[in-house]
Design a protein around this ligand. Structure first.
Ligand SMILES: Nc1ncnc2c1ncn2[C@@H]1O[C@H](COP(=O)(O)OP(=O)(O)OP(=O)(O)O)[C@@H](O)[C@H]1O
Length: 626
């Protein structure tokens, strides 16, 4: 469902993701990268020394000269015993150096890879938190989570393992190639004869593997989305006894992933032994030609003698080919994953933010709380108009109530004030500023919002009241809770204000969560208050308590209240009755009752007086979009 998403649109336009990744995130850490590469090269070169020393020692024992590539013979001692000790020192020193360089390489490569991963993750989150509400309306949670976790991990794996693995492989091939040529060019050609075949085989593998990796990634994404959805909907699954249905759905997605993984692995398992076989061919050829040279005489085209020690070194070194080459499939695997992951990362980063801070935005300071909706029209995305030419004014300190049938556009109206979305036409002004001209932070910090459902972060009750005013003292938190009629129930918990609320606040009742949300607003003390059916989800007794605290909260600040229970907004300065995105009636409670319109009918319904309803009542209150 989320597969064909806004992500795909921007992902498709990401150009050269890996280059961009290096330019944007690699650059500040190039020092670590360079150190890692150099240490890696040195470690590889040091590890080539023991077979060469072994070869030289064997030569000496056969009465031939003890020589090492790149080491001038004049520096070497001539006696057998000093040469023995020198060999021991060389071999010991080579292992020591390999160890030290491998350590340096490990530290540097990880600093680089994890540094990039950390920066990418934080930037992705920062970008995500600035994205428009409409992005979240499309429910991209699973996809966004997987970018923040598994995609950044893929990048880390590639930068840490594969990139340095590739460097190591290159260093190994280069180092072995050079050493072999220095030792014996003829035999070196024989040993390296299979290298072009290996390259062709690798190319073939990469071409075949690419679509298989893509298929696997896609089924992995689908499975994640499925799991995300199934876990989020566990309550519905249980209440409708649909566990087996959900399991079947997960089984289907998991089976697809299994099959795609197996097709990929079948190719991969074919490649790895294939490379090992080619490395074996290289070894056998070296053995064949070198052995022939030693036992029979110079092979066609070769001149001179082959020393036994040189032959031993060759055999050891040509064996070294196999392991790093077999790693190529891992490197390709991780490269493909990282490429797709950086596409996803930059796909997210490239999503444009519509509702953003204006350039040179004004700070809304000391708002008085005058709010004007001036001929406001709004539609979500490109769909039909939800608010249609609405105008009204709320003077500082006034309460404006919005009532009307479900789907009429009441919540949408208030979301426009918070700039969760921008108006399509007209403007919303606070203290004579078009809200699009002031900074988002200063606008929102002047508005307190209590919705139908309250989200609480996992943490303590005090943390949740303090959310948004993080420096508030314990005393201020308690006072706010008292004003929100929450102090009493909070203190009845054994841990009081330090009680942990559980994920999303599940350990508290709806009414308790709502009172915590109100306490949060009281503490914040905003000039504007938005109450979107703040009491709809609670019982009558709690509603009474909440209403009491809301009444005192709204007494001296501009308040917008949406209510289905009309008794809660009876005292509002102005009541706007909305139908199909338009304000069809306006006035205070008395005026609206006397007009005998929809408001008066709704009031009759709530008073239980169904007899007096006009015939068209039902058709007016039924949401046509349902
Ligand atoms: N995020 C959204 N994306 C697209 N359309 C939306 C979105 N939210 C609401 N709508 C549509 O906008 C219209 C107005 O919805 P809104 O929530 O503002 O109505 P409401 O009057 O507050 O309803 P209720 O009283 O049921 O909360 C509805 O037709 C709804 O389907």
């Amino acid at each position: 469902m989320t597969d064909e998403s806004v992500f795909d649109r921007y992902r498709a336009d990401v150009d050269q993701p890996m280059r961009r990744l290096f330019a944007a995130y690699g650059e500040p850490r190039y020092g670590w990268f360079a150190l890692g590469v150099i240490a890696n090269l040195l470690a590889q070169f040091a590890s080539l020394a023991p077979p060469l020393v072994l070869g030289a020692a064997v030569n000496r024992l056969n009465g031939q000269t003890y020589s090492l590539p790149l080491v001038p013979g004049s520096l070497l001692p001539s006696g057998q015993e000093p040469l023995f000790w020198l060999s021991v020192a060389f071999i010991g020193g080579a292992f020591l150096l390999t160890g030290v360089f491998t350590y340096v390489y490990g530290v540097a490569a990880n600093e680089f890879a994890h540094g990039v991963m950390h920066a990418v993750r934080v930037d992705c989150f920062e970008k995500m938190s600035r994205l428009d509400m409409s992005f979240f309306d499309d429910k991209q949670t699973g996809e966004t989570m997987s970018i923040l976790s598994s995609d950044t991990e893929n990048l880390e794996m590639f930068l840490d393992n594969a990139l340095t693995g590739a460097v190591r492989l290159g260093a190994m091939l280069l180092g072995i190639g050079i050493v072999l040529f220095l030792e014996n060019p003829y035999l070196a050609v024989v040993t390296l004869l299979v290298a072009p075949v290996m390259a062709a085989f690798t190319y073939w593998f990469m071409k075949r593997a690419e679509p298989l990796y893509a298929a696997r990634r896609s089924s992995m994404g689908k499975l994640n989305t499925r799991l995300e959805n199934s876990i989020a909907g566990i309550e519905l699954t249980k209440t409708t006894a649909s566990e087996s249905y959900e399991t079947e759905r997960v089984r289907g997605s998991s089976k697809q992933l299994f099959e795609d993984t197996m097709s990929m692995l079948r190719l991969s398992y074919f490649y790895r032994p294939g490379m090992e076989l080619l490395a074996g061919v290289s070894f056998s050829l070296t053995f064949l030609v070198g052995g022939y040279w030693l036992f029979v005489g110079a092979p066609p085209g070769a001149t001179g003698q082959l020393q036994v020690g040189t032959f031993v070194s060759f055999l050891f070194l040509s064996q070294r080919f196999a392991t790093p080459l077999a790693e190529v499939s891992n490197i390709i695997d991780q490269y493909e994953n990282a490429k797709a992951s950086s596409e996803r990362v930059f796909g997210l980063m490239d999503i444009p933010v519509e509702v953003d801070d204006p350039e040179d935005g004004t700070e809304l300071t000391d708002a008085e709380g005058n709010v004007v909706y001036d001929d406001v029209t709004f539609a979500y995305d490109d769909s039909e108009t939800v608010i249609d030419g609405v105008s009204f004014e709320a003077k500082p300190g006034e309460t404006v109530a919005l009532v009307g049938p479900t789907g009429a556009g009441k919540s949408t109206m208030l979301k426009l004030l918070l700039r969760m979305y921008d108006v399509t036409d007209g403007e919303v002004r606070v203290d004579d500023h078009d809200i699009r001209d002031v900074t988002l932070e200063s606008l929102r910090s002047h508005v307190g919002y209590v919705g139908q459902e309250t989200f609480l972060f996992d943490g303590t009750i005090a943390d949740n009241i303090r959310y948004g005013d993080f420096d508030a003292s314990d005393r201020q938190v308690r006072e706010a809770a008292r004003a929100a009629e929450a102090d009493e129930f909070i203190r009845s918990f054994p841990d009081g204000y330090d009680t942990r609320v559980g994920e999303r606040g599940v350990k508290l009742s709806g009414g308790q969560r709502q009172r915590i949300a109100i306490a949060r607003v009281v503490l914040h003390d905003p000039e504007l208050l938005v109450l979107d059916e703040a009491t709809s989800a609670v019982d009558t007794e709690t509603e009474y308590l909440i209403q009491k605290s809301l009444d005192s909260l709204s007494a001296d600040r501009t308040t917008f209240a949406i209510a289905h229970r009309l008794s809660t907004v009876k005292g509002a300065d102005e009541i706007l009755v909305m139908e199909d995105g338009e304000v069809t009636e306006r006035g205070d409670h008395g005026t609206l009752l006397s007009e005998g319109g929809l408001y008066a009918d709704l009031w009759s319904v709530q008073a239980g007086d169904l007899e007096s309803l006009p015939e068209d009542f039902e058709s007016r209150v039924i949401d046509e979009s349902d």
